[in-house]
Design a protein around this ligand. Structure first.
Ligand code: NAP
Ligand code: FE
Length: 504
């Protein structure tokens, strides 16, 4: 296998000390643990030396400028105040800070120093929010919506008794054919329903990439049984099916209206219980169905489809087979990357995208074999974050092109995305160089060639597409919204070239 990653990839398997890559321009910190310990020691020593004034600290920083321990400051305030102070320092000392970058680096150091102390010397994810936002420049107008109440963590389903009881008296449980019965998720949900005195009925016929016909069957059962709410347990397929079943329980929609709306009545309340770490459907407002009439997969999208409640327990994913672990993780990675690069990306979605990417960076090389709970937990956390990202920013060309590979060639959703992602990143390196670079930093790759080598090893599938197929797929893709959502001038030639590349 080629050298997969740059030397800076963290070697500690499970470590949540976070923002080191933002801090260091200097040499690799070695392991994260080592870096963390060194940093804390450095801060203590620095405190002992008691550099009392900001001016002194600034000079100290400028003379060393290599790591956080050289930049400790006791005084941290709002960004503008700090900038004001820095400008004042320039006036007083006659020392000119050359670049805006210097100031930002100092700001970052100041902020981190403060967070170290405020959070009792433990890194806090919020730190990353602030730090990254400082790097964004001016924000345009954006919205943020995430109405789903999320419980996350081992045993979280049992915490939801009151939440479930608030949704009605009887639930329709929607699952795939078998996995929910084996991984403990269905039992955990049923236990909650029964302890709340609620009735339930089971629809366990959801296939991978669920069809319109399947969700219609589920809705028929839901209506007949007069259920009050719908619980989707499983990978993206049952969760997506549950969403549209809930919609069809309250709306009579023909196949065309189903995909376009408008939807008169809100759906029954939706609950999601993910058992793969991939789609993020547990927190999204979209459901992807196989529409045989259109000959592809299509989305039903509406803010009304946001689940009311999502119960994400990583322990349900412990027995996920290797190929599903890989495919679903790469689907989630694709969400984080595409959402980050999308035209509709927002400052808030970027924060979650970078955080999701950081977690993928820790574990991408560990997707094979037996995974520890800690890794499973990180993967579910990252995929849920990536779901929040696509709920704000949407997916782009990778998903648009991937649906044809799934529908016509039977590749799983995540694998289809994984086959296309490296070539997509090549486009992004052209049009979104800064963000592409940030992706590589967070994931620990040197660039798209390095990433492509890694992905070829992870997904060594061969795809052979005829010229006619490529032309047909290209025509279909060019009609989808994914083209416009992509931060690149996507022409039919670009799509054809990517399909041809993966079909070599
Ligand atoms: P999936 O189709 O839901 O499940 C794939 C396979 O994994 C099934 O055989 C399933 O078995 C099995 N499985 C699920 N959980 C398991 C567990 N804990 N242990 C062992 N096996 C398990 O796969 P997915 O990748 O999660 O979902 C893909 C679908 O989601 C696609 O249709 C895709 O288009 C869609 N998607 C939706 C969104 C969104 O925002 N709504 C985003 C991306 C993708 P059973 O069938 O027996 O359960
Ligand atoms: Fe996806």
């Amino acid at each position: 296998m080629t050298a997969l990653v740059s030397e800076t990839r963290p070697v500690v398997q499970y470590e949540r000390v976070g923002v080191y890559k933002l801090l260091l321009d200097g040499p690799s910190p070695g392991t994260l643990r080592q870096f963390y310990d060194d940093t804390m020691k450095g801060l203590d020593e620095y405190d002992a030396a008691h550099h009392s004034s900001l001016v002194e600290t600034l000079e100290y920083y400028l003379s060393h400028r290599c790591s956080i321990k050289d930049t400790a400051v006791h005084e941290v305030v709002h960004r503008n105040t700090v900038l004001y102070k820095l400008n004042k320092i320039e006036t007083i000392t006659g020392k000119k800070l050359n670049e805006e970058e210097d100031k930002l680096d100092i700001l970052i150091a100041l902020k981190i120093k403060k967070l170290f102390f405020r959070t009792e010397r433990r890194m806090n994810r919020r730190a990353i929010v602030y730090i990254i936002n400082y790097r964004q420049g001016e924000f345009g107008m954006f919205t943020y919506e995430m109405p789903t109440k999320l419980y996350f963590g081992k045993g979280c389903v049992a915490q939801s008794v009151a939440d479930m009881a608030a949704l009605g008296k009887k639930a329709l449980i929607v699952t795939g054919r078998s996995s929910a019965k084996r991984n403990g998720s269905q039992d955990a949900v049923v236990a909650v329903l029964e302890s709340a005195g609620l009735g339930w009925v089971l629809f366990d016929e959801v296939e991978a990439n669920p069809s319109v016909e399947t969700v219609r069957n589920g809705a028929e059962l839901g209506r007949k049984e007069q259920v009050d709410f719908v619980i989707g347990i499983g990978g993206g397929s049952p969760m997506d099916a549950a969403k549209v079943i809930a919609l069809l329980c309250t709306n009579d929609l023909d196949d065309e209206m189903l995909f376009t709306g408008p939807y008169g009545a809100p759906p029954l309340p939706i609950v999601t219980v993910p058992t793969t770490s991939g789609t993020g459907s547990e927190v999204t407002k979209i459901s992807i169905l196989t529409n045989h009439k259109a000959g592809t997969k299509q989305g039903v999208k509406s803010p009304m489809l946001y689940p009311k409640l999502s119960l994400a327990d990583p322990s349900f994913t412990m027995g996920v087979p290797e190929h599903v672990t890989i495919d679903t993780a790469i689907d989630a990675l694709s969400h984080a990357i595409e959402g980050y690069m999308a035209k509709d990306a927002t400052p808030v979605s970027d924060v979650w995208a970078e955080e999701a990417l950081r977690f993928f960076g820790l574990h991408l090389t560990q997707l094979r074999g037996t995974l520890s709970y800690a890794v499973r937990e990180d993967l579910m956390y990252a995929s849920t974050l990536a779901g929040i990202v696509i709920s704000q920013a949407g997916t782009t060309l990778v998903h648009g092109m991937g649906y044809c590979l799934t529908y016509y060639r039977g590749f799983s959703h995540g694998r289809a995305n994984g086959l296309l992602l490296p070539q997509y990143m090549k486009l992004m390196e052209e049009s979104m160089a800064d963000k592409a670079q940030r992706v590589w930093e967070l994931l620990g790759f040197a660039g798209s060639d390095d990433f492509e080598a890694f992905m070829k090893d992870l997904m060594p599938d061969t795809v052979t597409l005829s010229e006619e197929e490529i032309e047909k797929f290209t025509t279909m893709v060019m009609k989808t919204a994914s083209v416009k959502a992509t931060s690149y001038d996507v022409t039919a030639g670009v799509v054809t070239r990517i399909y041809a590349h993966i079909s070599k």
